[in-house]
Design a protein around this ligand. Structure first.
Ligand code: ZN
Length: 167
């Protein structure tokens, strides 16, 4: 299995709106396997296609501690949302940066699964947070965009410092 390169902020590909996927294909199925492999290896709990330089509406998530509840969603949509939850979020495209973001805590999600079947299900708490974070990526939005100006500036300063240390 091939591990995919994760695109890092501020790559412009992370700011694009991704296109809908017309149908399930064998290539897409292999890509989903590679995305899970890359996500578990990172390690992370979610990965969106633009994070591996594919500008298409596809996300994978697994918020279980046992890492055995993979969910792949094609053309995911949030149909309903309610409640709120504040979670300290991170992102594989912004390594080392964490910040509290408030989002709806209960969502109804619709999309296509990897068998090409249309599905709809409820997600709560961390799973809801993770799915919203990944769907944001498909619209060119990153979790830092949900922060106030000052908090965003601080988070990005920290990120730049960390990136400089990497070089
Ligand atoms: Zn992310």
């Amino acid at each position: 299995m091939e591990k995919l390169d994760i695109v890092l902020y501020p790559d412009s590909g992370l700011r694009e709106k991704c296109v809908a996927i017309p149908e399930m294909t064998d290539e897409l199925d292999s890509l989903i396997d590679e995305m899970f492999y890359t996500m578990y290896d990172a390690p992370g709990i979610g990965l969106a296609a633009p994070q591996i330089a594919v500008q298409q509406r596809l996300i994978v998530v697994d918020v279980s501690e046992t890492k055995d509840q993979p969910i792949a969603l094609i053309n995911p949509e949030i149909v309903q949302s309610t409640g709120d939850i504040t979670w300290e979020e991170g992102c594989l495209s912004l390594p080392g940066v964490y910040a509290k973001v408030t989002r709806p805590s209960d969502i109804l999600v619709r999309g296509m699964d990897r068998d090409g079947k249309q599905i709809e299900f409820e997600a709560n708490d961390l799973l809801a947070v993770c799915i919203q974070h990944e769907i944001d990526h498909l619209n060119g939005t990153m979790f830092i965009d949900h922060l106030s100006g000052l908090k965003r500036t601080r988070a990005l300063q920290k990120y730049r410092k960390l990136q400089e240390q990497e070089d």
